[in-house]
Design a protein around this ligand. Sequence first.
Ligand code: AKG
Ligand code: FE2
Length: 285
Amino acid sequence: MTTIRRLSEFTGVEITDVDVRGLDDAGFRPIYEAWLEGGVAVVRDQELEIADFLHYSRRFGHVVPHPSKSTRHPEHADLTVLGIDKFNADGTLNEAIYKRGAAGWHTDGAYDEEPFKATQLYALAVPSRGGDTHFASMYRAYEVLPARLKSLLAGRRGAFTYGGRSKGSDALLDPADRDHAPALHPLLRTHEESGRTSLYFDPGKINFIEGLSPAENTAVIEELTALMVPDEARYDHAWRKGDIVIWDNRCMVHRAAGDYPPAEDRIHWRTSIKSHDTGTRVAAE
Ligand SMILES: O=C(O)CCC(=O)C(=O)O
Ligand SMILES: [Fe+2]
């Protein structure tokens, strides 16, 4: 009998006593509903082959190839492999691989007109210490946002690109896939399934907020970066081998801790999931 419990007040649910390979629609429904409610769902103790993981991922939406072609699985374009090829030919650590997702709080795919609905990871190898993934509810961020910022952001869109305002942060993209026009998204976002409002902000991908002067932009982006994650909105996930973790990019932010011993393996399969079958803009060559 599937067991579901909350992991923290605002973020995360844990699901145990289930084998996702054998789920029918009735068995999946409570998992999906708990995920919508908690924003992050952790399913423990799974033993999956690639086909099982892809099949289970497709229950949440359309699995699409991620624009970072260099880290796709060679036989399955829909699958990214995180944490392999971590060392360069000269033995130095490849920081873009090791620190992937660790530059700061972010939401996956904000650079796309249709950002990823969800991202799902499956843990194949877990280091002896460190390597957590941190999550935070942007519903909660919105709730406690100062009224001044709520009214400033209401009706405004942010302009997002893969590399944002800093140079070099698109190192995992092929050169031809860089420099796309920004995608515009409302900064206060209504979730299409829950109907709830969240903050939608990504400090590493935002370029500017519509209608603000350059000085106001810098000030507001810095202020949002500083306050977007209230302590109580967080859930830090300590990985166990066999965990499946899925997060809702529409209302959650996350980051990798990026702090595990580099000589150890930390390997995940990852799927990137959209609501609609549009593919990713930069991947649609
Ligand atoms: O490896 C992690 O903990 C998260 C990496 C990340 O940000 C992602 O896969 O989107
Ligand atoms: Fe990410």
